[in-house]
Design a binder for this molecule. Structure first.
Ligand SMILES: CC(C)(COP(=O)(O)OP(=O)(O)OC[C@H]1O[C@@H](n2cnc3c(N)ncnc32)[C@H](O)[C@@H]1OP(=O)(O)O)[C@@H](O)C(=O)NCCC(=O)NCCS
Length: 179
């Protein structure tokens, strides 16, 4: 349990099998804007059931909870890089060791954004990455250029810009972190 600057307490843990409904509820209370910016997987119940039934694969699911045990943030770490991301990094002539690289997708509930919970949870995830010997962290599908809060968040945590690309009518940036 830790206290944010707004005085509220949050705790971090890994998602578990019993979180299906709570994860579904979390994802589906995100605003349309947050949903449009966070796209590692679909938000339907089939997907959330599949996630909670397959927690031992190559993706690790972290959650943050408030003092009433509501999920208030959800962040994914995938071992290695996604094919689509890797092919763009190849074009930038940036190469990662797949065994020492993870791919990252963060989300925070709208009413908790800008409270520092994203930063606190990222510090928690950084500790995990360093303890596991990872050397690089790559954004999952980059970040939309219009998403200035997220770009500020990543820059503040020392991510570097690798290049830009166009996807589904939007301009995006690839960013990565040397750990
Ligand atoms: C991006 C996200 C994970 C960051 O988490 P968070 O808890 O809001 O982040 P924090 O509160 O720790 O930090 C937010 C920072 O952005 C800054 N910020 C807020 N709005 C901003 C804006 N419009 N432009 C630039 N910076 C902004 C805040 O001042 C703060 O920076 P500071 O600590 O230097 O003052 C979260 O906002 C989120 O889930 N957004 C919606 C989904 C999303 O965009 N996911 C990322 C997809 S790539």
């Amino acid at each position: 349990m830790m206290q944010l600057t707004n005085g509220k307490n949050v705790s971090f843990r890994l998602l578990d099998r019993n979180d299906r409904q709570r994860l579904y509820d979390y994802l589906n209370q995100l605003s349309a804007e947050s949903k449009s910016r966070f796209g590692p997987h679909d938000f339907d119940s089939k997907t959330t059931i599949e996630i909670c039934d397959n927690l031992c694969g190559d993706t690790i699911y972290f959650i943050a909870e408030d003092s009433d045990n509501n999920i208030i943030a959800y962040m994914l770490l995938k071992k290695g890089t996604l094919d689509a991301d890797r092919s763009r990094y190849d074009e930038y002539n940036i190469y990662f060791d797949e065994n020492l690289t993870a791919t990252y997708a963060p989300s925070v509930a709208d009413e908790w954004q800008n409270t520092g919970v994203g930063t606190a949870m990222f510090q928690h995830i950084l500790l995990y990455l360093k303890n596991c010997g990872y050397k690089n962290l790559v954004l999952w599908g980059g970040v939309q250029t219009l998403n200035q809060r997220a770009i500020h968040f990543y820059s503040k945590h020392h991510f570097k810009q690798a290049g830009s690309f166009w996807y589904q009518g939007k301009d995006n940036l690839d960013m990565f972190l040397d750990l």
